[in-house]
Design a protein around this ligand. Structure first.
Ligand code: UDP
Ligand code: MG
Length: 342
């Protein structure tokens, strides 16, 4: 893919968005590491800490940090809404020309942001962290993550990068477009892939969590996978149509075979073992089963369209316009069919 990249200055303000759910053990390490790293970035930075309804002392730690440090803003959600929504709250309130989304547990090394900013200056709108290695994670976590990313690429979007989480830098124009997608079940990486804009990976090693334990147990991972699959792709809805066609075809073949056996038995009077009624039952089961599944599948096609419409997404996202119209380098979204918006 070739992009028309327009080099730009470093961001006037960079917003770091960090969702925190029961991270009291992690906060001191995070604070320390950011205090070392942020001066090296050489950009104005705001740190948006989103407390996702923690039940431990996280919010106290965050408020204390905000008092010490003028760069820090705290958004505290009324309950635990989940990681994707916590990040969304941060994105909605970010004031920066670029935002970086990262985990609180320092699994996403903040030093990588330096390289992300370089890419941003080259003109890229999305710079996503792609993991080279995962140290300190169980074999089970590694294998499920591996399967997850491959399956999501099929179900969500062909441009969904493999082995990349939410750790990424997003430019203002892309963020504005992303903030325009107000669907309830959010899978941010997929939404980001759907939006487009020039994207590039930076590679990094995913460190082990500095303290505490994962807030993404298997159950939450499955929920995320389900959200990603079901809220992006009508493919699962189409499943019954495919299955129905296969079952109906089997019924058809069995029916032909049964007719052939009946023909041998009754017409040719051949001495074969023939169970009366067998052919009728098997054929009918397959044909009826198949036609029910096909009908559900067709119903699914309609539901799929309702589902697509109900997301209320813009029909397209414009990267920029050149010539004739007023130059506008902001992401523009429109729901009007075929009509240009400016
Ligand atoms: N998180 C959150 N709400 C949740 C679960 C997790 O805000 O309901 C945050 C968590 O505090 C961390 C990030 O999301 O900053 C990633 O979670 P975690 O490190 O536990 O996930 P893992 O890296 O194990 O997949
Ligand atoms: Mg983690």
């Amino acid at each position: 893919m070739h992009y028309y990249l327009v080099p730009r200055k470093k961001p006037n303000l960079l917003s770091l968005i960090i969702p925190c759910y029961n991270e009291e053990e992690v906060l001191d390490y995070l604070k320390q590491r950011l205090r070392e790293t942020i001066p090296k970035l050489n950009v104005n930075t705001e740190i948006i800490l989103v407390n996702d309804g923690s039940s431990d002392r996280t919010i106290l730690g965050l408020m204390e940090w905000a008092k010490e440090d003028k760069q820090v803003r705290v958004i505290s959600l009324a309950r635990n809404f989940g990681h994707q929504i916590a990040v969304t709250a941060g994105m909605d309130h970010a004031r920066g020309d670029a935002v970086v989304i990262m985990d609180a547990d320092l699994q996403d090394p903040p030093e990588v942001i330096l390289e992300m900013i370089e890419r941003y200056k080259e003109g890229y709108d999305v710079v996503y962290g792609q993991r080279l290695a995962r140290s300190g994670e169980s074999f089970f976590k590694k294998i499920t993550a591996w399967a997850f990313y491959r399956l999501m690429k099929i179900l969500v979007h062909k441009d969904l990068p493999l082995d990349s989480g939410d750790f990424r830098l997003i430019s203002r124009r892309c963020l504005d477009a992303l903030n325009g997608l107000r669907e309830n079940h959010r899978f941010l990486r997929g939404m980001n892939a759907w939006i487009g804009f020039p994207q590039i990976p930076v590679y990094y090693n995913r460190d082990p969590r500095v303290a505490g334990e994962t807030k993404y147990p298997l159950q939450k991972m499955l929920k995320l996978a389900m959200n990603a699959a079901v809220s992006f792709s009508p493919l699962p809805l189409r499943f019954s149509l495919g299955l129905g066609i296969v079952v109906a075809l089997i019924g058809f073949c069995v029916g032909i075979y049964a007719l052939y056996r009946a023909f041998q038995h009754f017409i040719l009077q051949m001495p074969i073992v023939y169970n009366p009624g067998w052919a009728t039952i098997v054929t009918l089961i397959c044909l009826i089963g198949g036609s029910i599944l096909i009908s559900i599948g067709i119903l699914g096609e309609y539901v799929a369209r309702i589902f697509e419409e109900s997301k209320g997404r813009p029909l397209y996202v414009i990267e920029f316009m050149e010539g004739g119209v007023k130059k506008d380098n902001q992401g523009i979204t429109s729901r009007s069919r075929g009509k240009k918006s400016s």
